[in-house]
Ligand binder design. Structure first.
Ligand SMILES: *Cc1c(COP(=O)(O)O)cnc(C)c1O
Length: 362
Protein backbone atom coordinates (compact mmCIF):
# COMPACT_ATOMS: atom_id res chain seq x y z
CA UNK A 1 0.00 0.00 0.00
CA UNK A 2 1.37 3.42 -1.02
CA UNK A 3 2.51 5.74 1.71
CA UNK A 4 0.31 8.82 1.45
CA UNK A 5 1.51 12.25 2.57
CA UNK A 6 -0.44 14.37 5.03
CA UNK A 7 -1.70 16.60 2.24
CA UNK A 8 -2.76 20.12 3.27
CA UNK A 9 -2.39 21.65 -0.19
CA UNK A 10 -4.69 24.58 -0.99
CA UNK A 11 -5.43 23.58 -4.59
CA UNK A 12 -5.11 21.35 -6.43
CA UNK A 13 -5.65 19.47 -3.23
CA UNK A 14 -6.16 16.08 -1.63
CA UNK A 15 -8.48 13.57 -3.27
CA UNK A 16 -10.05 10.69 -1.36
CA UNK A 17 -7.82 7.60 -1.49
CA UNK A 18 -10.85 5.43 -2.37
CA UNK A 19 -11.53 7.67 -5.39
CA UNK A 20 -7.95 7.40 -6.64
CA UNK A 21 -8.07 3.63 -6.23
CA UNK A 22 -11.34 3.39 -8.15
CA UNK A 23 -9.87 5.55 -10.93
CA UNK A 24 -6.79 3.34 -11.00
CA UNK A 25 -8.94 0.23 -11.29
CA UNK A 26 -10.88 1.76 -14.21
CA UNK A 27 -7.98 3.52 -15.91
CA UNK A 28 -7.18 0.95 -18.58
CA UNK A 29 -10.68 -0.33 -19.07
CA UNK A 30 -13.84 1.55 -18.18
CA UNK A 31 -17.00 -0.53 -17.62
CA UNK A 32 -16.06 -3.27 -20.07
CA UNK A 33 -15.62 -1.03 -23.14
CA UNK A 34 -12.00 -2.10 -23.75
CA UNK A 35 -10.69 1.45 -23.35
CA UNK A 36 -10.41 4.20 -20.78
CA UNK A 37 -13.09 6.88 -20.48
CA UNK A 38 -10.51 9.31 -21.96
CA UNK A 39 -10.40 7.42 -25.24
CA UNK A 40 -14.04 7.53 -26.28
CA UNK A 41 -16.22 10.14 -27.92
CA UNK A 42 -17.98 12.62 -25.71
CA UNK A 43 -21.01 11.87 -27.89
CA UNK A 44 -20.93 8.21 -26.89
CA UNK A 45 -23.70 6.74 -24.77
CA UNK A 46 -21.14 5.97 -22.02
CA UNK A 47 -20.08 9.59 -21.71
CA UNK A 48 -23.61 10.92 -22.00
CA UNK A 49 -24.59 8.63 -19.17
CA UNK A 50 -21.65 9.83 -17.06
CA UNK A 51 -22.58 13.45 -17.80
CA UNK A 52 -26.22 12.86 -16.76
CA UNK A 53 -25.32 10.85 -13.67
CA UNK A 54 -22.84 13.46 -12.46
CA UNK A 55 -25.46 16.20 -12.80
CA UNK A 56 -28.03 14.08 -10.94
CA UNK A 57 -25.60 13.27 -8.14
CA UNK A 58 -24.78 16.95 -7.77
CA UNK A 59 -28.49 17.82 -7.59
CA UNK A 60 -29.21 15.07 -5.10
CA UNK A 61 -26.27 15.69 -2.75
CA UNK A 62 -26.50 19.48 -2.79
CA UNK A 63 -30.32 19.55 -2.65
CA UNK A 64 -30.64 21.58 -5.85
CA UNK A 65 -34.32 22.33 -6.49
CA UNK A 66 -36.05 22.14 -9.88
CA UNK A 67 -35.39 25.12 -12.09
CA UNK A 68 -31.59 25.00 -11.94
CA UNK A 69 -29.08 23.72 -14.48
CA UNK A 70 -25.80 22.05 -13.54
CA UNK A 71 -23.09 22.86 -16.10
CA UNK A 72 -19.56 21.52 -16.52
CA UNK A 73 -17.39 24.25 -18.04
CA UNK A 74 -13.70 24.93 -18.56
CA UNK A 75 -11.38 27.83 -17.83
CA UNK A 76 -11.48 27.53 -14.03
CA UNK A 77 -13.13 29.80 -11.51
CA UNK A 78 -11.15 32.63 -13.07
CA UNK A 79 -13.05 32.46 -16.38
CA UNK A 80 -16.30 32.75 -14.43
CA UNK A 81 -15.04 36.08 -13.08
CA UNK A 82 -15.35 37.40 -16.66
CA UNK A 83 -18.31 35.35 -17.90
CA UNK A 84 -20.55 36.62 -15.11
CA UNK A 85 -20.37 40.32 -16.07
CA UNK A 86 -20.27 39.49 -19.80
CA UNK A 87 -23.56 37.67 -19.51
CA UNK A 88 -25.35 39.44 -16.67
CA UNK A 89 -24.11 43.04 -16.47
CA UNK A 90 -26.09 45.15 -18.93
CA UNK A 91 -25.44 48.79 -19.78
CA UNK A 92 -27.15 51.07 -17.26
CA UNK A 93 -26.94 48.45 -14.50
CA UNK A 94 -24.44 48.11 -11.66
CA UNK A 95 -22.81 44.89 -10.51
CA UNK A 96 -22.44 44.80 -6.71
CA UNK A 97 -19.47 43.05 -5.10
CA UNK A 98 -18.57 42.24 -1.52
CA UNK A 99 -14.82 42.59 -1.03
CA UNK A 100 -13.57 39.98 1.41
CA UNK A 101 -10.05 39.23 0.13
CA UNK A 102 -7.88 38.06 -2.75
CA UNK A 103 -10.47 36.09 -4.71
CA UNK A 104 -13.27 38.62 -4.29
CA UNK A 105 -10.82 41.22 -5.59
CA UNK A 106 -10.02 39.20 -8.70
CA UNK A 107 -13.71 38.72 -9.45
CA UNK A 108 -14.30 42.46 -9.07
CA UNK A 109 -11.35 43.41 -11.29
CA UNK A 110 -12.75 41.36 -14.18
CA UNK A 111 -16.22 42.86 -13.80
CA UNK A 112 -14.75 46.36 -14.04
CA UNK A 113 -13.63 45.51 -17.58
CA UNK A 114 -17.25 45.14 -18.67
CA UNK A 115 -19.35 47.74 -16.89
CA UNK A 116 -20.34 49.66 -13.80
CA UNK A 117 -19.44 48.03 -10.49
CA UNK A 118 -19.86 48.94 -6.83
CA UNK A 119 -18.23 47.55 -3.71
CA UNK A 120 -21.23 47.46 -1.38
CA UNK A 121 -19.37 46.00 1.61
CA UNK A 122 -15.72 45.33 2.38
CA UNK A 123 -13.53 43.97 5.13
CA UNK A 124 -10.42 45.59 3.70
CA UNK A 125 -10.15 47.99 6.67
CA UNK A 126 -10.00 44.90 8.92
CA UNK A 127 -7.28 43.38 6.72
CA UNK A 128 -9.81 40.77 5.60
CA UNK A 129 -9.97 39.11 9.01
CA UNK A 130 -13.78 39.34 8.93
CA UNK A 131 -16.75 38.88 6.64
CA UNK A 132 -18.79 42.11 6.56
CA UNK A 133 -22.22 42.07 8.17
CA UNK A 134 -24.66 42.05 5.26
CA UNK A 135 -27.89 41.88 7.25
CA UNK A 136 -28.86 45.50 6.56
CA UNK A 137 -27.55 45.59 3.01
CA UNK A 138 -29.59 47.85 0.71
CA UNK A 139 -29.20 47.17 -2.98
CA UNK A 140 -30.49 49.67 -5.51
CA UNK A 141 -33.07 48.71 -8.12
CA UNK A 142 -30.37 49.08 -10.70
CA UNK A 143 -28.30 46.23 -9.29
CA UNK A 144 -27.59 43.54 -11.89
CA UNK A 145 -26.47 41.04 -9.25
CA UNK A 146 -24.59 40.75 -5.97
CA UNK A 147 -21.37 38.71 -6.06
CA UNK A 148 -19.88 37.15 -2.93
CA UNK A 149 -16.97 34.78 -2.23
CA UNK A 150 -18.12 32.05 0.12
CA UNK A 151 -14.68 31.10 1.38
CA UNK A 152 -11.53 33.19 0.97
CA UNK A 153 -8.98 30.46 0.30
CA UNK A 154 -5.93 32.69 0.83
CA UNK A 155 -7.02 34.72 3.89
CA UNK A 156 -8.95 31.85 5.55
CA UNK A 157 -12.35 33.47 6.17
CA UNK A 158 -15.77 31.98 5.42
CA UNK A 159 -19.39 33.16 5.39
CA UNK A 160 -21.33 31.73 8.33
CA UNK A 161 -24.60 32.86 6.79
CA UNK A 162 -25.47 34.10 3.35
CA UNK A 163 -27.27 37.39 2.73
CA UNK A 164 -30.85 37.77 1.59
CA UNK A 165 -30.93 39.79 -1.60
CA UNK A 166 -34.64 39.66 -2.42
CA UNK A 167 -35.12 39.97 -6.16
CA UNK A 168 -31.46 40.82 -6.84
CA UNK A 169 -29.67 37.71 -8.17
CA UNK A 170 -27.10 36.43 -5.68
CA UNK A 171 -24.01 34.91 -7.30
CA UNK A 172 -21.44 33.06 -5.22
CA UNK A 173 -17.93 31.81 -5.83
CA UNK A 174 -17.87 28.55 -3.86
CA UNK A 175 -14.61 27.28 -5.34
CA UNK A 176 -13.07 26.41 -2.01
CA UNK A 177 -16.05 25.27 0.08
CA UNK A 178 -18.61 23.73 -2.25
CA UNK A 179 -20.10 20.53 -0.77
CA UNK A 180 -18.33 21.09 2.55
CA UNK A 181 -21.66 21.80 4.29
CA UNK A 182 -25.37 21.92 3.45
CA UNK A 183 -26.53 25.13 1.73
CA UNK A 184 -29.96 26.56 0.93
CA UNK A 185 -29.55 26.66 -2.84
CA UNK A 186 -32.78 28.61 -3.37
CA UNK A 187 -31.04 31.79 -2.11
CA UNK A 188 -28.75 31.76 -5.11
CA UNK A 189 -29.13 32.63 -8.77
CA UNK A 190 -25.75 31.09 -9.49
CA UNK A 191 -23.12 29.05 -7.68
CA UNK A 192 -19.77 28.28 -9.29
CA UNK A 193 -16.64 26.41 -8.31
CA UNK A 194 -13.42 25.29 -9.93
CA UNK A 195 -13.21 21.59 -9.06
CA UNK A 196 -9.65 21.36 -7.80
CA UNK A 197 -10.26 22.21 -4.15
CA UNK A 198 -13.22 20.22 -2.96
CA UNK A 199 -14.68 18.43 -5.99
CA UNK A 200 -11.99 16.68 -7.96
CA UNK A 201 -9.01 17.54 -10.17
CA UNK A 202 -8.57 20.81 -12.07
CA UNK A 203 -10.00 21.12 -15.56
CA UNK A 204 -13.71 21.39 -14.86
CA UNK A 205 -15.71 24.21 -13.32
CA UNK A 206 -19.15 23.43 -11.96
CA UNK A 207 -21.80 26.10 -12.54
CA UNK A 208 -25.25 25.82 -10.95
CA UNK A 209 -27.50 28.33 -12.64
CA UNK A 210 -31.13 29.26 -12.03
CA UNK A 211 -32.91 28.95 -15.37
CA UNK A 212 -34.45 32.42 -15.37
CA UNK A 213 -30.88 33.80 -15.56
CA UNK A 214 -30.74 32.44 -19.10
CA UNK A 215 -33.42 34.79 -20.39
CA UNK A 216 -32.59 37.83 -22.49
CA UNK A 217 -28.80 37.52 -22.53
CA UNK A 218 -26.52 39.53 -24.83
CA UNK A 219 -25.79 38.01 -28.24
CA UNK A 220 -22.47 39.71 -28.95
CA UNK A 221 -20.20 37.58 -26.80
CA UNK A 222 -18.02 34.64 -27.87
CA UNK A 223 -19.96 31.40 -28.14
CA UNK A 224 -17.85 29.55 -25.59
CA UNK A 225 -18.53 32.28 -23.01
CA UNK A 226 -22.32 32.09 -23.29
CA UNK A 227 -24.09 30.25 -20.48
CA UNK A 228 -27.05 29.86 -22.81
CA UNK A 229 -25.03 27.74 -25.26
CA UNK A 230 -23.71 25.41 -22.57
CA UNK A 231 -27.14 25.07 -20.98
CA UNK A 232 -28.82 24.33 -24.32
CA UNK A 233 -26.19 21.73 -25.19
CA UNK A 234 -26.15 20.04 -21.79
CA UNK A 235 -22.44 20.95 -21.38
CA UNK A 236 -21.65 19.16 -24.66
CA UNK A 237 -21.34 22.11 -27.03
CA UNK A 238 -17.67 21.26 -27.50
CA UNK A 239 -15.43 18.54 -26.09
CA UNK A 240 -15.83 18.62 -22.31
CA UNK A 241 -13.00 17.80 -19.86
CA UNK A 242 -14.07 14.17 -19.82
CA UNK A 243 -11.62 12.85 -17.27
CA UNK A 244 -12.19 15.70 -14.82
CA UNK A 245 -15.95 15.16 -14.97
CA UNK A 246 -15.36 11.44 -14.42
CA UNK A 247 -13.30 12.21 -11.31
CA UNK A 248 -15.96 14.59 -10.00
CA UNK A 249 -18.45 11.75 -10.48
CA UNK A 250 -16.32 9.48 -8.28
CA UNK A 251 -15.89 12.18 -5.63
CA UNK A 252 -19.66 12.75 -5.50
CA UNK A 253 -20.25 9.02 -5.02
CA UNK A 254 -17.65 9.05 -2.24
CA UNK A 255 -19.45 11.92 -0.48
CA UNK A 256 -22.73 10.02 -0.79
CA UNK A 257 -21.23 6.82 0.62
CA UNK A 258 -19.78 8.81 3.49
CA UNK A 259 -23.07 10.29 4.65
CA UNK A 260 -23.63 13.33 2.43
CA UNK A 261 -23.19 16.98 3.34
CA UNK A 262 -24.32 16.81 6.99
CA UNK A 263 -21.62 14.22 7.61
CA UNK A 264 -19.07 16.24 5.61
CA UNK A 265 -19.79 19.33 7.70
CA UNK A 266 -19.55 17.42 10.99
CA UNK A 267 -16.24 15.87 9.97
CA UNK A 268 -14.88 19.15 8.61
CA UNK A 269 -15.72 20.94 11.87
CA UNK A 270 -14.07 18.21 13.94
CA UNK A 271 -10.97 18.37 11.76
CA UNK A 272 -10.72 22.16 11.82
CA UNK A 273 -11.35 22.23 15.60
CA UNK A 274 -8.32 20.03 16.19
CA UNK A 275 -6.09 22.59 14.49
CA UNK A 276 -7.81 25.72 15.83
CA UNK A 277 -7.49 24.26 19.33
CA UNK A 278 -3.78 23.73 18.76
CA UNK A 279 -3.58 27.42 17.80
CA UNK A 280 -5.80 28.83 20.56
CA UNK A 281 -4.31 26.61 23.25
CA UNK A 282 -0.73 27.59 22.44
CA UNK A 283 -0.67 30.67 24.65
CA UNK A 284 0.20 32.89 21.70
CA UNK A 285 2.92 30.71 20.19
CA UNK A 286 0.56 30.31 17.22
CA UNK A 287 -2.03 32.95 16.40
CA UNK A 288 -5.03 32.61 14.11
CA UNK A 289 -5.23 35.23 11.35
CA UNK A 290 -9.03 35.48 11.08
CA UNK A 291 -11.53 36.70 13.69
CA UNK A 292 -12.87 33.46 15.28
CA UNK A 293 -16.44 34.33 14.25
CA UNK A 294 -15.49 34.09 10.56
CA UNK A 295 -12.89 31.35 10.57
CA UNK A 296 -12.95 28.95 7.66
CA UNK A 297 -13.31 25.22 8.20
CA UNK A 298 -11.51 24.71 4.86
CA UNK A 299 -8.43 26.95 5.03
CA UNK A 300 -6.91 27.49 8.46
CA UNK A 301 -4.49 30.44 8.45
CA UNK A 302 -2.11 31.18 11.29
CA UNK A 303 1.13 32.91 12.12
CA UNK A 304 4.06 32.64 14.47
CA UNK A 305 6.08 35.37 16.11
CA UNK A 306 8.54 35.78 13.24
CA UNK A 307 9.15 34.57 9.73
CA UNK A 308 12.28 32.64 10.64
CA UNK A 309 10.30 30.45 12.99
CA UNK A 310 7.58 30.01 10.35
CA UNK A 311 10.23 28.88 7.88
CA UNK A 312 11.58 26.40 10.39
CA UNK A 313 8.04 25.11 11.02
CA UNK A 314 7.46 24.51 7.29
CA UNK A 315 10.80 22.80 6.88
CA UNK A 316 10.34 20.47 9.83
CA UNK A 317 6.73 19.74 8.90
CA UNK A 318 7.92 18.60 5.47
CA UNK A 319 10.52 16.34 7.02
CA UNK A 320 7.67 14.79 9.03
CA UNK A 321 5.46 14.00 6.05
CA UNK A 322 3.27 17.13 5.97
CA UNK A 323 2.75 18.91 2.65
CA UNK A 324 1.37 22.34 1.75
CA UNK A 325 1.51 24.22 5.07
CA UNK A 326 3.18 27.34 3.73
CA UNK A 327 0.78 30.28 3.43
CA UNK A 328 0.00 31.81 0.03
CA UNK A 329 2.94 33.83 -1.25
CA UNK A 330 0.86 37.04 -1.26
CA UNK A 331 0.13 36.95 2.49
CA UNK A 332 2.85 34.74 4.02
CA UNK A 333 2.32 32.85 7.27
CA UNK A 334 0.97 29.33 7.45
CA UNK A 335 -2.12 27.65 6.08
CA UNK A 336 -3.61 24.20 6.49
CA UNK A 337 -6.28 23.37 3.93
CA UNK A 338 -8.63 20.77 5.35
CA UNK A 339 -10.98 20.02 2.46
CA UNK A 340 -13.47 17.13 2.51
CA UNK A 341 -10.86 14.61 1.34
CA UNK A 342 -8.29 15.43 4.04
CA UNK A 343 -8.55 12.62 6.62
CA UNK A 344 -9.20 13.24 10.31
CA UNK A 345 -5.94 11.39 11.06
CA UNK A 346 -3.94 13.94 9.06
CA UNK A 347 -5.43 16.80 11.07
CA UNK A 348 -4.79 14.96 14.33
CA UNK A 349 -1.19 14.36 13.30
CA UNK A 350 -0.80 18.04 12.45
CA UNK A 351 -2.22 19.17 15.82
CA UNK A 352 0.26 16.83 17.53
CA UNK A 353 3.14 18.06 15.41
CA UNK A 354 2.22 21.67 16.27
CA UNK A 355 2.26 20.92 20.00
CA UNK A 356 5.56 19.12 19.69
CA UNK A 357 7.12 21.90 17.61
CA UNK A 358 6.02 24.42 20.21
CA UNK A 359 7.60 22.40 23.01
CA UNK A 360 10.90 22.28 21.17
CA UNK A 361 10.91 25.97 20.21
CA UNK A 362 9.63 27.96 23.17
C1 LIG B 1 -8.86 28.71 -6.53
C2 LIG B 1 -9.95 29.71 -6.51
C3 LIG B 1 -10.38 30.39 -7.67
C4 LIG B 1 -9.68 30.25 -9.00
O1 LIG B 1 -9.82 29.06 -9.57
P1 LIG B 1 -9.08 28.67 -10.94
O2 LIG B 1 -9.82 27.42 -11.26
O3 LIG B 1 -7.64 28.49 -10.64
O4 LIG B 1 -9.34 29.75 -11.92
C5 LIG B 1 -11.43 31.25 -7.58
N1 LIG B 1 -12.04 31.48 -6.41
C6 LIG B 1 -11.66 30.88 -5.27
C7 LIG B 1 -12.38 31.16 -4.00
C8 LIG B 1 -10.60 29.98 -5.29
O5 LIG B 1 -10.21 29.37 -4.15
Amino acid sequence: MAKRAYNFNAGPAALPLEVLQKAQEQLVEYQGIGMSIMEISHRSSQYEQLNEETQSLMKELFGIPDGYKVLFLQGGGSTQFAMIPMNFLKAGKTAAYVHTGSWADKALKEAKLFGETAVVASSEADKFTKIPDLSGLQLGENTAYLHITSNETIEGSQYQQYPDTGSVPLIVDMSSDILSRPVDISKFAMIYAGAQKNLGPSGVTVVILREDMLEDLPKNIPTMLKYEIHAKNNSLYNTPPVYSVYMVNLVLKWIKENGGLEAMERRNREKADLIYQAIDGSGGFYSGVVDPAYRSIMNITFRMKDEELEKKFVKESEANGFVGLKGHRSVGGLRASTYNAVPYEACKALAEFMADFQKRNS
